[in-house]
Design a protein around this ligand. Structure first.
Ligand code: WQD
Length: 353
């Protein structure tokens, strides 16, 4: 019997790469996505059309919002899901500071609606897309899962992830049948090696890698580096960048540990990171090597809310999931560049942003 998995937000960057790996591992996948952050010029979002071509397998797609409890009911009633992988969320840190209610409504209330549907349909296994941003400003490094969460987490986006984790902790305490893995991503970057799917931000990229990639292709004139006066190797911010394919594999490892013979029970927070930090200037150098392009940049003021350094202690993922990241920063830059070159306008057929 093929195990069925519901993937919310499966048309997004992390979601689409995870759907691809799920299909390659023999899972049947149903995707629910409201397409607020995806490109769709037909009945299915372009990212999923390409995933189907790459895997030669089909994905069932439903355009719906998590707030639509009837749509959720219909989807759960017509399937027998072994697990839900929950990516659907608004994820722009800066935007969340301008629109906190939209973020709490979409991310927190949306998750609540999903959990109620899961409970009603007796689906009690969840892999949740969380973020290292719940740790706030690191009190120590590397960050392990016992580091306090919530306190230093200042932006509403990160706080939605924190509040959702707290909801899941309470749910697992109240009802023993729940099996939850909350994956705390560090900085997901790169693309599938085929260059057919990748990160496709709408408008001006907030994050470093897609911005660097657009400078390299000539879409942006120069990179603004937010501060070079941090207490780091070269003064620029240090982050734990993780290849999107390693991240996708981490989700399948978590799923297999929930379904396996020695299943995880209750609430389990697990870091997905490489355990290695790279500075902004190191990323620029790696991208120049990967693309054979000289990148123009300018040092400007620090960005509000940025921490100096963040990188993972990845031990628990190895211990509980048998997972470790395999790809390095050069692999990430090569695959990000390959996606950029093959898709100058992302999934759009023409330059609409
Ligand atoms: C990385 C480094 C910047 C852009 C955020 C979210 C996190 C996750 C990943 C969703 C920092 C510097 C960046 C630029 C720059 N998102 N930078 N110029 O802030 O670590 O994490 O994205 O899940 O939750 O918090 O990632 O890529 O924005 O920044 O100098 O144009 O690059 O200062 O040091 P961040 P980032």
């Amino acid at each position: 019997m093929v195990a069925e998995v519901l993937v919310t937000g499966g048309a997004g960057f992390v979601g689409s790469h995870t759907v691809l790996v799920l299909l390659q591992n023999g899972f049947k996948v149903v995707v629910l996505d409201n397409l607020v952050n995806a490109v769709s010029e037909g009945p299915k979002p372009e990212a999923l059309v390409r995933v189907e071509k790459l895997t030669k397998k089909s994905v069932e797609f439903h355009e719906a919002d998590l707030s639509d409890s009837k749509a959720l009911d219909d989807i759960f009633s017509s399937h027998n899901f072994e697990c839900v992988i929950h990516f659907a969320a608004l994820k722009a840190v800066g935007e969340s500071c301008q629109l906190p209610l939209a973020y709490y409504r979409n991310n927190v209330a949306g998750t609540l609606s999903l959990l109620e549907a899961m409970k009603k349909h007796k689906v009690h296994r969840l892999v949740f897309s969380s973020s290292a941003t719940v740790y706030g400003d690191p009190q120590y490094l590397p960050l392990d899962e016992t580091h306090p969460t919530g306190q230093g987490c200042t932006n509403p986006y990160g706080r939605t992830k924190f509040f959702i984790e707290e909801m899941l902790v309470d749910l697992c305490k109240a009802e023993q049948q729940w099996q939850v893995v909350s994956l705390r991503y560090f900085n997901p970057v790169g693309a599938h090696p085929s260059g057919q799917i990748g990160e496709d931000p709408l408008g001006i990229p907030n994050n470093l890698m897609p911005y660097v990639s657009q400078v390299a292709i000539g879409k942006r004139s120069e990179l603004q580096i937010f501060g070079d006066d941090y207490d780091t190797v070269d003064g620029t911010g240090v982050r734990d960048y993780i290849h999107i394919m390693d991240l996708a594999d981490g989700h399948v490892s978590a799923l297999e540990r929930l379904l396996g013979s020695d299943p995880l029970q209750g609430f389990n927070a697990i870091n997905l990171g490489t355990g290695k930090g790279n500075s902004v200037l190191e990323v620029v150098a790696a991208f120049e090597k990967a693309s054979n392009k000289k990148l123009k940049y300018k040092i400007v003021a620090r960005r509000a809310g940025d921490v100096a350094t963040s990188f993972a202690d990845p031990k628990l993922a190895k211990e509980l999931l048998g997972w470790t990241a395999k790809k390095d920063i050069l692999d990430m830059c090569k695959d990000a560049w390959n996606w950029q070159v093959q898709n100058p306008n992302g999934f759009r057929s023409s330059d609409k942003n």
